[in-house]
Ligand binder design. Structure first.
Ligand code: ADP
Length: 165
């Protein structure tokens, strides 16, 4: 089976991510969307909440699985018997870091290839950071994130603002 991994923080999943998931799902037998835990970053959502929101947003894709990992990506891919990592490229600014990671991952796991999908032009500007910023100002999020998770993001933002005083 031809399995690809799509790793990221997905804090929260955006329509840009979903576009990459849909296109990757059309290219591979199976796509594992994996929330990678970066202990240095605390997010808006816990890793478990991100997984749950990704599950709801990808329910209609029968060959997409959602997972969570604290491992190095190269080790995770080996354990899951996947030989391809899919990454989305938005702009030249993504390129340098992504290529560096691709080279390192292949050094750690020579069987692992990274494949880049060019972001759909509709979403080149979109990131989880921008979504959080817009949520803070009460913007309508329906154009930027899957409709299944709009209420979750608005609710969490209100909770966070409440705590900040
Ligand atoms: P972000 O940069 O939004 O915080 P992640 O760390 O979750 O996102 O990114 C996971 C992967 O998704 C990366 O390969 C990133 O380049 C890609 N990606 C993020 N946003 C988009 C988008 N709008 N279009 C295409 N790819 C994207």
């Amino acid at each position: 089976m031809n399995t690809a991994i799509y790793p990221g923080s997905f804090d929260p999943v955006t329509l840009g991510h979903l576009n990459i998931i849909k296109r990757a799902a059309a290219c591979f037998d199976k796509v594992i969307v994996c929330v990678m835990i970066n202990s240095k970053k605390t997010g808006m959502f816990t890793p478990e909440e991100r997984v749950e929101m990704l599950c709801r947003a990808t329910e209609r894709f029968s060959n997409v699985e959602v997972d969570l990992s604290r491992e190095l990506l190269a080790a995770y891919a080996k354990r899951r018997d996947a030989h391809v990592v899919v990454k989305g490229l938005r702009a030249v600014s993504d390129y340098e870091q992504e290529v560096q990671m691709a080279v390192i991952n292949r050094k750690l796991n020579p069987q692992l290839e990274t494949m880049f999908l060019a972001s759909s032009e509709k979403y080149t500007y979109l990131s989880s950071t921008i979504v959080k910023e817009m949520a803070r100002y009460g913007a309508d999020l329906a154009e930027f994130i899957p409709r299944e998770i709009v209420d979750d993001v608005n609710r969490r933002m209100r909770e966070m603002e409440g705590k900040e005083g």
